[in-house]
Design a protein around this ligand. Structure first.
Ligand code: SF4
Ligand code: FES
Length: 250
């Protein structure tokens, strides 16, 4: 393979694409294992290893964050980069590997970006403050099955940030809408719904993310197939919460 990899020594340094060759990559190798092999080659040759984020390597933690040939998480639909395998590429391919790009996700080093702006949005209101105590009886709080499943679909968001990297406005609406919806849909989260929606959206706006203009690139690259319907729900909830704020809180 020929690999053109973004190398950048630090947040304030200029970065550039550097070309490397890697031989004998098995098609059963995962994309991150392929980078491990490249790093081994670099270290053995006395060079600096390429920094990249990863943790679970099984598609659930949201840490891996590479843009491959211009697509966040690469060419396989509904798949995190840690679950992508080299069989998706052809022998002799040239692959361009870059970090997720967005103003709100500054590059720390090479392929690692700072996604703490997402943490700020969750810290603003992505939680419930009610004491829930120990696990309640299954039937104590009836929740219709379709509602529970809808909330579960939203909760599948792993906070990877691919939606932001794919959006030409670097909007975080898909992430925020999923994180707000999975709490707002359930009775435990409903009491603080209005305050949650206002705080999360305003923190998102203050963190340097752009506006949603309904292009849908976010949903196209989302490894968990979070639906654009959640953005529509967030827009509706935000409008309702804003009106309530004007009439009841001021
Ligand atoms: S909505 Fe999808 S792409 Fe965006 S952070 Fe969540 S899992 Fe990642
Ligand atoms: S490393 Fe955890 S989702 Fe990819």
């Amino acid at each position: 393979m020929t690999l053109r990899v973004w190398r950048q020594n630090g947040p304030r340094e200029d970065g550039r694409l550097v070309e490397y060759s890697l031989a004998e990559v098995s098609e059963d190798t995962s994309f991150l294992e392929m980078l491990d092999l490249l790093n081994e080659q670099l270290i053995n040759g006395g060079d600096e290893a390429i920094a990249f984020d990863h943790d679970c390597r099984e598609g659930i933690c949201g840490m891996c964050s590479l843009t491959i040939d211009g697509v966040p998480h690469g060419p396989e639909r509904a798949t995190t980069v840690c679950q992508l395998h080299m069989r998706k590429f052809k022998d002799g391919d040239t692959i361009v590997i870059e970090p997720f790009r967005a103003v709100a996700f500054p590059v720390i080093r090479d392929l690692v970006v700072d996604r703490s702006a997402f943490d700020g949005i969750i810290q603003a209101a992505g939680f419930i403050t009610a004491r829930t105590g120990s696990a309640p009886d299954g039937n104590a709080l009836p929740i219709p099955k379709p509602v529970a499943e809808h909330a579960m679909d939203a909760a599948a968001c792993i906070g990877c940030g691919a939606c932001v990297a794919a959006c030409k406005n670097a909007s975080a609406m898909l992430f925020v809408s999923a994180k707000a919806a999975h709490l707002n849909l359930l009775p435990q989260g409903r009491a603080e719904k209005d305050a949650r929606v206002l705080r999360m959206v305003r923190t998102m706006d203050d963190s340097g993310f752009g506006n949603c203009t309904n292009f849908g690139e976010c949903a196209a690259v989302c490894p968990k197939e979070i639906s654009l319907d959640f953005i529509a729900k967030l827009n509706r909830d935000y409008a309702v919460s804003s009106v309530k704020e004007i009439f009841f809180n001021q």
